[in-house]
Design a protein around this ligand. Structure first.
Ligand code: RIB
Ligand code: CA
Length: 326
């Protein structure tokens, strides 16, 4: 690559796909990405969805509705439902965490998207480099790999999931996304090689990204007349009540929003190299993430694991970016 093309590519907006399971914190991540898209900082090429917080059909409807409430119809930013169930295990969803339809006390209206997720990914990749962000179970990417595609198709892959030597939020050792589809997570990280740019954002750091009623007010002020602002209180109230019920307090851990900021280098962070495996076959330890440092697995580390992030600046960036939607 010549220096001119390097400089030019550095100036061009990054081309982004998000694969998510909205889900309340996924919804905030979509608001953030829509804001970056409106600002011209990224080109949000599309949104694909998985089952996890709720069914794949519902996550697709939710994603479409959130983007519409931010001013972007399916023509602007295509949405497509992905694979309906985990690779091997039965689908389990979590209405107790994200509400009956995945958006807390709110309910998306409108029409479900009709696109096909593989075609959406192929169209995006045909146009140049793509950064893939995954904030739900890894079912779609694992299916993409099983069908003979390559990790190298993507310039970078950033995954929200796992808990590394840290308490899980689903079992004592497992984080929700990796517990819902442990085979997908394990197959994705087994396919990783040192040449790929893959980053894991585990609970160890994402649980520090908290947005409570005070921060929500700043967000709603920043959004101004953007329609989503009117529904955010009912979406977030459910999440605050859930976090209070599990002892976190009347606030909400916004895992997926921080993951998007890390993926797009929007905040300062540090990460360490490791190779990852996810336990998939034992019921007791299902979804547990094992990070092997150095050459413990007999080869160079293949993933960067997020270790620290500046969550204070992350929140400030979120409000500034959301303001671009108004
Ligand atoms: O464990 C946190 C993850 O599970 C987040 O992606 C949240 O949306 C839920 O899917
Ligand atoms: Ca999610």
């Amino acid at each position: 690559m010549t220096s001119d093309s390097t400089a030019a590519s550095a100036l061009r907006p990054r081309r982004v796909l998000i694969d998510c399971d909205p889900g309340i914190d996924d919804a905030l991540a979509l608001i953030y990405l829509a804001g970056l898209h409106a600002q011209g900082d990224i080109e949000l090429l599309g949104v694909t969805t998985t089952a996890g917080n709720t069914s794949t059909a519902q996550t697709a409807l939710n994603a479409t509705w959130v983007l519409e409430q931010c001013g972007f119809s399916d023509e602007h930013i295509p949405v497509a439902a992905g694979v309906e169930v985990p690779l091997e295990v039965e689908l389990v969803t979590t209405p107790e965490t994200h509400g009956a339809t995945g958006l807390g006390y709110a309910t998306a209206s409108g029409v479900s998207p009709g696109g096909e997720w593989r075609e959406l990914w192929e169209r995006a990749l045909a146009g140049g480099e793509v950064d893939l962000i995954i904030t739900g179970p890894c079912t779609n990417l694992a299916t993409w790999l099983r069908e003979g595609h390559e990790f190298a198709d993507f310039a970078s892959v950033t995954v929200m999931g796992g808990a590394v030597l840290y308490p899980g939020n689903t079992t004592p050792t497992a984080e929700w996304n990796f517990w819902v589809d442990p085979h997908a997570a394990d197959e994705v990280f087994r396919a990783a090689t040192p040449g790929h740019r893959i980053t894991l954002c585990p609970l160890n750091v994402t649980e520090q990204m908290l947005i409570g009623p005070g921060e929500a007010e700043q967000l709603i002020d920043a959004l101004g007349d953007v329609p989503i602002a009117a529904t955010l209180p009912e979406i977030l109230r459910f999440y605050w009540e859930f976090h209070r019920s599990v002892g976190v307090g009347y606030t909400a851990q916004i895992h997926d929003l921080l993951t998007c900021m890390i993926a797009l280098d929007q905040v300062k962070y540090s990460a360490y190299p490791a190779s990852l495996r996810v336990e998939a076959d034992s019921e007791l330890t299902r979804g547990t993430t094992l990070a092997f440092r150095g050459e413990q697995l007999g080869g160079e580390p293949t993933v960067r694991v997020l270790e620290r992030a500046d969550v204070t600046s992350a929140k400030k960036r979120f409000y500034e970016t959301a303001a671009f939607l108004d």
